[in-house]
Design a protein around this ligand. Structure first.
Ligand code: SAH
Ligand code: SF4
Ligand code: F3S
Length: 442
């Protein structure tokens, strides 16, 4: 079927999903599929979905609505977390969908597509016990300098609000040798920055005889020739150990930025969330970072309006922002999710109240970031260049601390600075970024 051979893929959700899509794209291209930019031009339309909050899930069903007029010419498929969560129920809600495949089953995609070509109407791949999905040599990475690399899949944490343990299954780690082999291949292919991925990278445990923990893996990846920067996400505070800070201190290629989602500043709420740490235990980890030799930036995720969160408990979260002085914050209104333990809780915070808390939190964080960023003015920062912004006439890149820098350079667009590392003198600062000019190279 010649008509089947073009595909459109839209990705929602976290970096794990973005990376899964890179694997899906490579898998399809190897089978002769061609990627196109608009859904209407494709014979195969795929959505790699996210279910973390209700809004994310609704977005997918809105997209599917758009294909309702489909008169059998297109094959519509749902991949990822909504696929895993809803399974065959998707066919009932969106009857024009013929393919539902969870994230652990992307390797089966080609054979599932063959089933559809042969007349299959409702084809699924929902097994979660596939462990050969960490990597494939077929991966088509979107960025030629910075590569995502999966080290651990799934999650065993069971936070009361979270769907991930149901959509991604139990935790499974990849062998350190396999991680190092892929890192070396990436370095040989010209990548200089590696982002180690997992829902909870800190609980990494090498299944091979080496038995490495996360900090050991981190050091080894950071020592691979040609790798200049290593990032990792996401960290869970409970499993975040001091040896990770030591590794950062002693290995220059490990970026001095840690994303450590706290979710709440109230120990009572943390307990209700089943996060397995108290505010004090979280703060101890923050102290390790503040006492490190290198200056480590810290970012976080926070949920406001978890069931039963009182005004005083919310204020504990506000005060935590001051105690930590975060360099970045992602905050969300609590959203009720299927299958999760928090469904059993009552005492829901009204929607408007959640909105008010979210705004107050963001406003508070704004002042902290303005203050933090002002400290960089006059400093020279090494920047990994990402792209040229023609609207502003500035180049854009990131520091090792994950600060975005917009900077001018005597060379403009077409100068092929993308992927290089440049020293930039910071001349101004804003809420979410720094402004500077490239230091003349001699
Ligand atoms: N594994 C990561 C989080 C992945 S989800 C961790 O443990 O930190 C990313 C963020 O989405 C979470 O940190 C949390 O802040 C938010 N989130 C997850 N479930 C949510 C829900 N039901 N409602 C609102 N926000 C949620
Ligand atoms: Fe979800 Fe908690 Fe697992 Fe993170 S650690 S993915 S928030 S269950
Ligand atoms: Fe969303 Fe699944 Fe990631 S629910 S946040 S895409 S793990």
């Amino acid at each position: 079927m010649e008509g089947m051979k073009s595909f459109y893929l839209e990705t929602f959700g976290c970096q794990m999903n973005v990376h899964d899509s890179e694997k899906v794209i490579g898998t399809l291209m190897e089978r002769g599929y061609r990627q196109v930019d608009t859904a209407d031009d494709a014979s195969l339309v795929l959505y790699n979905t996210c279910s973390i909050r209700d809004k994310a899930e609704q977005k997918v069903f809105n997209r599917l609505q758009h294909h309702k007029k489909n008169n059998g010419k297109q094959v519509i498929g749902v991949l990822g977390c909504v696929a895993q969560q809803e399974g065959e129920k998707i066919f009932d809600r969106a009857p024009h969908v013929s393919l539902v495949v969870g994230s652990a089953s992307y390797t089966k995609l080609p054979e599932l597509l063959v089933q559809i070509e042969q007349g299959g109407r409702r084809v699924t791949g929902l097994s979660l016990d596939t462990d050969e999905t960490f990597d494939t040599p077929l991966t088509r990475r979107d960025n030629p300098y910075r590569a995502f690399l999966t080290i651990i899949e799934g999650c065993d944490k069971n936070c009361a609000y979270c769907v991930v343990p149901y959509t991604r299954g139990p935790e499974r780690s990849r062998t350190s040798q396999s991680v190092l082999d892929e890192t070396k291949q990436l370095a040989a292919a010209g990548y200089t920055e590696i982002v180690l991925l997992g829902q909870n990278v800190n609980s990494y445990l090498d299944p091979s005889a080496r038995g490495w923990r996360f900090a050991q893996l981190l050091r080894a990846v950071g020592e691979v020739d040609g790798i200049r920067r290593v990032r990792f996400t996401t960290s869970h505070p409970r499993d975040f150990t001091k040896d990770i800070i030591d590794a950062i201190d002693e290995t220059p290629s490990l970026c001095n930025h840690v994303h450590l989602p706290v979710q709440s500043g109230s120990t009572r709420v943390l307990e209700a969330m089943q996060r397995q740490y108290t505010r004090d235990q979280y703060m101890r980890r923050i102290e390790w970072m503040k006492n490190a030799r290198r200056k480590i930036t810290i970012t976080t995720d926070i949920i406001v309006g978890f069931p039963g969160e009182s005004e005083a408990e919310f204020q504990d979260t506000v005060s935590l922002l001051d105690a930590v002085e975060y360099d970045g914050l992602f905050s969300f209104k609590y959203s009720q999710r299927p299958n999760t333990p928090a469904l059993a809780l009552d005492d829901h915070v009204p929607e408007e109240e959640k909105g008010r808390r979210l705004l107050q939190l963001l406003e508070h964080q704004r002042t902290i970031m303005i203050r933090n960023n002002a400290n960089y003015v006059g400093e020279t920062e090494n920047v990994h260049v990402e792209h040229f912004n023609s609207a502003t006439g500035q180049w854009v890149g990131k520091t090792t601390q994950h600060k975005t820098v917009n900077f001018t350079h005597t060379r403009g667009p077409g100068a092929a600075l993308e992927g290089s590392y440049l020293d930039v003198l910071v001349t101004r600062s804003g809420v979410a970024s720094l402004v500077g000019e490239a230091v003349a190279v001699n």
